[in-house]
Structure formats: structure tokens, C-alpha cells
Design a protein around this ligand. Structure first.
Ligand code: HPA
Length: 248
């Protein structure tokens, strides 16, 4: 089953024919929201709102372990994570859709693994390529089929937030090789890998990161809403196309 984790601006899917909602409990507590099941283009999908339905959870407050565990328990076979990001690379102007191909984790203080505690063996999962090649390819193909441009690749820098970055921090991320910055990609991607869930990210650039482009002096959050709304319309189209492909 296709699972979607919706981020800022995507707390629901417009064309989803909702069949049921399910509150899930996990060994790690409750996920951010009840799981919403429904039919999208004829296939069953499950949707989770990362920040909760009322957007009440800040990035560092999200129970990533409960979210990822819940999706696995519910039978997810493919996870599309939707994330809004700040643009660092010049070619990713706000409004761009991107399917990143790697991650650098700058977060701290977040529960980041399922493999801890006396009853768990020490386990080191491979994370060379954090995203599933198959799901990335499917997302890029879906965007193409939908007639939408999506950039193939780029490094996603995960910062802790909730504050935005300083200009100097963004400079450093750029030197590190990051093309975009967001606050929710980690530990989510690593947890999905720990559970062997095929997982990839569809990112929407919603602003120039601090110090870049029109954010040279200040990141004006008020400007983000319009880009987010318009961009999420395209994100929904990509997801619908992916569901359509799975329907055959
Ligand atoms: N920084 C961090 N996270 C973000 C940004 C940003 O500029 N824009 C959207 N998510």
C-alpha cells in the first residue's frame, strides 16, 4: 500500500475518497494524527499528517518513531514523504519540485532509532543512499507523466528548527553540499530505512533560504503561503499520478 506523509501545506489530499480513519498506538506512543485511509485513483492509500491535522506539532515535537512505525504496522509498502524546503542551490527557485537524492542530518535531541534499549541488538543500517531508488524513479516518472517539472537529485539538509537558519549557517550548508534545507526529513528517513520501508521525498521549495535570493536580509514567512498552496496542488497531482500507476 502507498503511504503519504504530508508536511506543511499538505494536511489532506483533495481527491482522496476517504474510507476510514484509524487511531494507531505504537510502542513509541501515538503518531501525529490518525491514519486516513482512502482511495486515490482507485488504489488504497494511507495518509498521515506529519504536524497533526491542526498543524500543532513543531518539527522537533513530532513523534517520528510513532509515525513510521504506524505506517509499517498499517501495511505501507511505499512511502512518499512530502516536505517543504528552503532553497540553497541557485537552480531551485521557490516553487520548484525536487526529488532529493541524499541527506545531511544537523538535527539533535530527537529520538532517532528503533534499535535501542536492553532488548534491542546494536544495529547499524546502511544509509549511503537514504532514499529508495525505486520510489525516487517512480516520483520522477509520475511528475513527468503529469507534465510537471521536478528536479532529480540534490542534498537535503535537515536542521533542528523551529527557528530558521542564520545566513552563516546556510553558507555552511551550501559549502557542505546541501541544495535545500528543511526541518523534518530526519530522523524520519533513517527510521524508514531501519524498518526497510521503501521511502523517498518529494520536496517543494517554498522560500530562498536565509541570506540567499530575496531572503538576503530576512526570510519573510508571509510570502511562503501562496507558493506553498500553489505548489501543493502540483504535489497532489504527482501523488495522484503515482497512485494511478500503481492501479495499473
Ligand atoms: N529552512 C528550514 N526549513 C524550511 C525552510 C527554511 O528556509 N523553508 C521551509 N522549510
Amino acid at each position: 500500500m502507498l503511504a503519504i506523509i504530508g508536511g506543511s501545506g499538505l494536511s489532506q489530499l483533495a481527491n482522496l475518497q476517504i474510507t476510514r480513519r484509524q487511531v494507531v498506538r505504537t510502542p513509541y506512543g501515538e503518531p501525529s494524527s490518525p491514519a486516513t485511509f482512502g482511495l486515490l485513483g482507485g488504489v488504497e492509500i494511507v495518509f498521515l499528517a506529519r504536524h497533526g491535522y491542526g498543524h500543532t506539532l513543531a518539527p522537533h515535537e513530532i513523534n517520528y518513531r510513532a509515525n513510521v512505525w504506524a505506517l509499517r504496522e498499517l501495511g505501507a509498502g511505499e512511502v512518499i514523504a512530502v516536505n517543504s524546503v528552503g532553497s540553497i542551490a541557485p537552480h531551485l527557485a521557490p516553487g520548484s519540485l525536487v526529488v532529493p537524492d541524499n541527506i545531511i542530518d544537523y538535527t539533535s535531541g530527537r529520538p532517532l532509532t528503533f534499535f535501542e534499549g536492553a532488548d534491542q541488538p546494536v544495529t547499524h543500517v546502511d544509509f549511503t543512499w537514504p532514499f529508495s531508488a525505486a520510489v525516487r524513479a517512480a516520483l520522477l516518472a509520475s511528475a513527468r507523466d503529469a507534465g510537471l517539472a521536478a528536479h532529480d537529485g540534490g542534498v537535503y539538509a535537515a536542521t533542528n528548527g523551529p527557528r530558521l537558519e542564520s545566513a552563516a549557517e546556510i553558507e555552511r550548508l551550501a559549502r557542505d553540499g546541501a541544495a535545500m534545507v528543511g526541518m523534518t526529513g530526519m530522523p524520519e528517513a533513517a527510521l524508514a530505512r531501519e524498518l526497510d520501508l521503501p521511502y523517498a521525498m518529494l520536496a517543494l521549495a517554498v522560500n530562498w533560504a536565509a541570506g540567499r535570493g530575496d531572503s538576503a536580509d530576512k526570510v519573510v514567512l508571509a510570502d511562503i503561503a501562496t507558493i506553498l498552496d500553489e505548489g501543493m496542488v502540483r504535489v497532489r497531482r504527482v501523488i495522484e499520478r503515482r497512485a494511478g500507476q500503481l492501479a495499473g
